[in-house]
Design a binder for this molecule. Structure first.
Ligand SMILES: Nc1ncnc2c1ncn2[C@@H]1O[C@H](COP(=O)(O)OP(=O)(O)O)[C@@H](O)[C@H]1O
Ligand SMILES: [Mg+2]
Length: 435
């Protein structure tokens, strides 16, 4: 009996001999429903066509034979639709591998599908900090980056979107400086059109900013209030009186646009959630981030997690829209055996990027030429080449990161986080001004 992962490869095999008829009937949609059961959606003009009906019967009985429980019964195996092109435009779908004119509509029980990549629309560069694992020093590195950029005179907007384990704001704001509200409050108020009630009171300036400004938008306010009850509602879509629906990630994007409009930062830094998670998906794919930092410690969990993501982007046909925004960060590089560790990290990152993301450059051509997107293994400007953050004893087991950052100097920050900060500075210069 077939299981879920065999659905798409089996469908490719089943459709392959019928390519000519499929092209005549195009497009054919494969609807994979919430339970993981598939059926076809075909233009209604073929409903009475004898020849095509035979073809469809052959395809659907083969689907039932091969996919068993993952297929609909024969009587329900095809849905005829009157406005199929409209349907295709409305739904997010991807081409079935190896078959032209067949598209898969994948219904998920969660809103995020990791493959709606928003284009770069903001004039303010947005950088997302992401990791597969938690506890790799991501929030600490973000706080240090904000500190260093503000030291350079920049105005930095920082968002803590690690809503389930917020921590960034306490690193940048002492308790008495926290704003009254946070992102969670806005998302909940917006559901009842009351976002304005909290908008002006969800941002606070960090006392760590000397030359520039660090404006912090925390996950929750000084008093978290009924945080669990609010958190359970942030993911809700908003439906207005005319029935127009806004997904929670759309709402989040609008909030970010409004915050940037109100505070006019030079750069926005976003702390995402770790892992293959709903919030992380929104931060990475739907907030129009120009730089997506992938924190990595050298271990199987890290690399297999990133591989799952990269393969998903390939399968759903969006990899070209997102790959140039990615950058590996080497997290907590150990003090001893540093060189060996960094070599291993680079090798694993290179394997991953060259196998999943880089174009294969034909013999005789040079990478970087024409439209080939590819880098050499040792190219320091390559996205797989880790920007290093060092493990440092003064940051380990801190009672208060805010206390640590209060006394730190530029030299120390650069010694630990230097390549990351330099990389972010460069990306601000090159990514700014998209509009
Ligand atoms: N560069 C570093 N060197 C040593 N310890 C660090 C470093 N960065 C963070 N830490 C420590 O590691 C722990 C996790 O850091 P944190 O930034 O909260 O990780 P994450 O956001 O990835 O979960 C904290 O105790 C922090 O003090
Ligand atoms: Mg964190």
């Amino acid at each position: 009996m077939s299981t879920f992962d065999e659905i798409l490869p089996e469908l490719t095999k089943i459709f392959y001999p019928f390519q000519e008829d499929i092209t005549k009937m195009k497009p054919i949609l494969v609807n994979r429903d919430l339970n993981g059961r598939v059926r076809l959606i075909v233009d209604e003009k073929w409903e009475g066509d004898k020849h095509q009906q035979i073809v469809l019967d052959e395809i659907t009985s083969k689907i039932k034979e091969e996919l068993g429980s993952h297929a609909y019964p024969a009587q329900q195996a095809v849905l005829f639709e009157s406005d199929i092109d409209d349907f295709l435009k409305r739904e997010s779908c991807f081409q079935l591998e190896g078959i032209s004119d067949v598209f898969v509509i994948d219904r998920l029980a969660v809103e995020s599908n990791w493959s709606r990549i928003s284009s770069l629309t903001s004039s303010i560069p947005r950088t997302v900090f992401f990791s597969i694992k938690g506890g790799v020093g991501r929030s600490t590195a973000l706080a240090a980056t904000a500190w260093a950029l503000a030291e350079q005179g920049k105005k930095v907007l920082v968002l803590d979107l690690d809503l389930e384990s917020p921590g960034l704001s306490s690193a940048l704001l002492p308790e008495d400086r926290r704003p009254f509200y946070g992102i969670t409050d806005w998302l909940v108020e917006d559901l009842v059109n009351n976002g304005d009630a909290v908008f002006e009171n969800m941002v606070a300036q960090s006392a760590l900013s000397h030359n520039g400004e660090i404006l912090v938008v925390p996950a929750h306010g000084a008093n978290p209030g009924e945080y669990i009850a609010k958190l359970g509602r942030v993911w809700m879509p908003r439906v207005d009186t005319e029935g127009k629906r806004e997904s929670w990630s759309d709402r989040l994007r609008l909030l970010l646009d409004d915050l940037e409009g109100r505070w006019q930062p030079d750069v926005t830094l976003i702390d995402s959630r770790a892992g293959i998670d709903e919030v992380a998906s929104a931060c990475i794919t739907e907030l129009s981030a120009s730089t997506i930092l992938l924190f990595a410690i050298d271990g199987d969990q890290t690399w297999s997690g990133y591989r799952v993501l990269f393969q998903h982007w390939r399968k759903t046909g969006v990899v070209r829209d997102i790959r140039e925004r990615l950058q590996i960060v080497g997290a907590m590089i150990p003090e001893v055996g540093t060189e060996e560790y960094v070599e291993g990290l680079l090798e694993r990152a290179w394997d991953l990027f060259s196998e999943e993301l880089y174009d294969e450059v034909p013999a005789g051509k040079v990478s970087g030429e024409e439209s080939f997107w590819s880098y050499d293994q040792f190219d320091g400007s390559a996205p797989h080449y880790p920007w290093a953050v060092k493990w440092h004893r003064s940051f380990a087991v801190l009672k208060s990161l805010h206390g640590r950052l209060k006394d730190i100097d530029n030299e120390m920050v650069r010694a630990i986080f230097g390549p990351l900060i330099a990389g972010v500075e460069l990306s601000i210069e090159t990514d700014g001004g998209f509009k």
